[in-house]
Design a protein around this ligand. Sequence first.
Ligand SMILES: Cc1cc2nc3c(=O)[nH]c(=O)nc-3n(C[C@H](O)[C@H](O)[C@H](O)COP(=O)(O)OP(=O)(O)OC[C@H]3O[C@@H](n4cnc5c(N)ncnc54)[C@H](O)[C@@H]3O)c2cc1C
Length: 493
Amino acid sequence: MERLAGGESVDVVVIGGGITGAGVALDAASRGLRVALVERRDLANGTSRWSSKLAHGGLRYLRQGEVAVAWESARERHILLTRTAPHLVRALPFVAPLDAVMGRWHGAFTEAGIRVGDGMRVAAGTRGSVLPRPRRISRHEALRLVPDLQLRDLRGAILFWDGQIEDDARLVIAAARTAASHGAMILTYCDAGSVDRGRVTVRDALGGGGFNIATRHVVNASGVWADALAPGVRLVRSKGAHVIVRAQALGNPRAALVVPVPGESARWVGATPADDGRIIVGVTDDAYDGALVDEPEVTPDEERFLLSVLSLALENPIGSDAVIGRYAGFRPLLAGESASTADLSRKHAIVEDRDSGVITVVGGKLTTYRHMAQQTVDRLLKNDPRPCRTARLPLVGAAAHDVLRSLRAPARLIRRYGIEAPAVASLAAHDSRLLEPIAPGLPVLGVELLFGLQHEGALTADDVLDRRVRLGLVPAEKAAAEDAVGTLLDAAA
Ligand SMILES: Cc1cc2nc3c(=O)[nH]c(=O)nc-3n(C[C@H](O)[C@H](O)[C@H](O)COP(=O)(O)OP(=O)(O)OC[C@H]3O[C@@H](n4cnc5c(N)ncnc54)[C@H](O)[C@@H]3O)c2cc1C
């Protein structure tokens, strides 16, 4: 901040520290550009931490006839799984029950879509050892994977595989830290005000005061807030809600369960097993024109909808009493594409403002962030092309699975920090208690809090709890951890 406020200029200022901004900063820095990223709060403050945490192959887009979007997703999923983030993105089995809710016609349609999606997996070069082929399974096998399935009219199920992201916020942090390792300056709690060709005005949200950054290019990657900085861009928003239930409520499933929304051909409610005995149930998708807040609430109607659709496939319906956490996020959609937000395309858009020269990149998905960033930086460099390197550039922590398996560190740390896990564990060298859970019943180890503060740009207790270790997704767990993080912050002060 001192260097920039002191007049040091950069080639690109990126506004927004979600996956899109972090991806653009990484792409630009790895092509040799001088980059500053400014984020008005913490990394992954916006939509990027409220996702379903899947690296989609694009099945949904195939059903909507959006073959190009599905193909882009399959290609990018391959890169994440095999090269850039194999530590954070892994194969997850999905069970689509063939029952009365699905119906025979819908079942055949779904299976055909899954098979076309599998053709894209093969075309993208993703081997069956990385993402297995889909197949029909018996009632018995379906029940083994999802023990609480209702059996009355179950004919069997389709088993298919897709990518799951360990933690969406950790993907953002990994991309931002990788950008920093290529020289990008990452400034959190810096709010971009006015933007213009050659200058971005920034307010220091923690320290107070403000400064200007001199720059050749500006990329606006501020997600649902993008139209505030780019008057020529008109956005509409939709809202997507999730609830979190304990895995026991579904009999500890070993696969995700997908249930079609009755009366709709391309909408599902999914129950996805995540770490630490949590199941993420989502997602709704409704037009939204209310206030844009950082932490949108899940309404009782949204919760009822998710639980009632999911319960259609279960022997024991799930009620609100099983819910331990709730979260929702907004999607930015370019205005004017379609009347129904659920049918709007999930393509991204790159829009250049002729007057200010600001390039806005908006929409898309976590899965496709790398390709969006590539196209954005290609646009910046249209008069001075330089090759993009990110398809072969591992994010911090990435390593092949055999390397990850050989590491000597707690399994949880390997899952979340990849090849950095031994370095994270070594923070307990002088105090072995840091390798213990931070409070009884919580999965998080003390070293994770320390690593977040020392190496991952966390500046506040919420940065650590909400966006580094994700206890904030379950309020009771966050409350139980607050003392531990407070003690560490006091010690660091
Ligand atoms: C409910 C839901 C589920 C989803 N599930 C998936 C999924 O499973 N898989 C998938 O691939 N994709 C999924 N997506 C899509 C994906 O989450 C988004 O496309 C992606 O996270 C958008 O990232 P972003 O960086 O563009 O926006 P954001 O993450 O919102 O980042 C924008 C950032 O800009 C900052 N900002 C705003 N204004 C300023 C300013 N003036 N100055 C500085 N900073 C500013 C904000 O604080 C914010 O951090 C989902 C989306 C939703 C809504």
